[in-house]
Design a protein around this ligand. Structure first.
Ligand code: ADP
Ligand code: MG
Length: 268
């Protein structure tokens, strides 16, 4: 597997400008407040792991960050530019669908369920966005897609359909697909939770290589060993707020909050 070349595009932004940032993010469903003013930022090249109990709002936060859903209040910034809705103090920023689509391309997302197109080969699953979104010639798109499949160790599976691939292989195709538009940041929502245990390792290995190549990554996961080894910072999310954020050793060895201690006592 070779992910040695940087996948992230070169950017000239000030190093201190977060690649992705949310401020005061609020979201409720049917009056049930799921996000209660989340503040979160990630800088270029960082890997942040997010842990937290089921139902605490982790997926909601990622969906809002990826602009798949609007926030009720708060703001999302990509490379310092506000891209998400904000309606605090009566101010509302509306984004046209066209503009949203452009901004979404800079944020790659990988879900628990890989959702590959079943009627397309692995290669065409990866190539599709280049052809349909970027209008790149099919042969060029396939060449780029093939290189990405090589990077996730699946060059020999390029012509296979999803039903002919294992769950781990499908998830690696999904990662290649998310990389194809050269996102500035990759969001992973429990990418190994739906996999048989023996297939988890190959996906984590691809993610670790991606991190080593310099990709900026936010990873919601239950894999504490991965978080400890790969992340620069670990976050505990609970009941719609961030409880604790710390560098992995500190987070696991010397947690400051009772809630974190309790959480870790169950996962260790
Ligand atoms: P997590 O990813 O931490 O398990 P989620 O963000 O999926 O948590 O969900 C947080 C809460 O929000 C849950 O109570 C869930 O039922 C609720 N929720 C999430 N998405 C929706 C939705 N589209 N409609 C209604 N409720 C939702
Ligand atoms: Mg979730």
């Amino acid at each position: 597997m070779s992910l040695d070349k940087p996948v992230a595009p070169d950017r000239s932004e000030n190093e201190s400008t977060p690649t992705l940032q949310v401020k005061n993010l609020h979201k409720a469903y049917n009056g049930n407040e799921v996000l209660k003013g989340v503040e979160f930022a990630i800088n270029r090249g960082q890997v942040k792991a997010i842990l937290g109990p089921s139902g605490s709002g982790k997926s909601t936060m990622l969906r809002l960050m990826a602009l798949l859903e609007p926030a009720d209040d708060g703001a999302v910034f990509l490379d310092g530019l506000q891209i998400g809705t904000s309606n605090s103090k009566g101010k509302t920023i509306h984004h046209s669908e066209g503009k949203l689509a452009v901004e979404r391309r800079d944020i790659g997302m990988v879900f628990q369920r890989f959702n590959l197109f079943p009627h397309l080969s692995a290669l065409d699953n990866v190539a599709l966005a280049l052809i349909s979104v970027q209008s790149i010639k099919r042969s060029d798109a396939r060449e780029t897609a093939f290189r990405l499949l090589e990077r996730v160790g699946l060059a020999d599976r390029a012509s296979h359909f999803p039903s002919e691939l294992s769950g781990g292989q499908q998830q690696r195709v999904a990662i290649a697909r998310a990389l194809v538009l050269k996102p500035h940041v990759m969001l992973f929502d429990e990418p190994t939770s739906a996999l048989d245990p023996e297939l988890v390792g190959e996906v984590l290995e691809v993610m670790e290589d991606l991190a080593a190549s310099g990709m900026t990554m936010i990873v919601v996961t239950h894999e504490t060993r991965f978080a400890r080894r790969v992340a620069n910072e670990v976050t505990l999310f609970d009941s719609g707020v961030i409880v604790e954020q710390a560098e992995p050793n500190e987070f696991f060895e010397n947690p400051q909050h009772e809630r974190t201690k309790r959480f870790l006592s169950h996962v260790h």
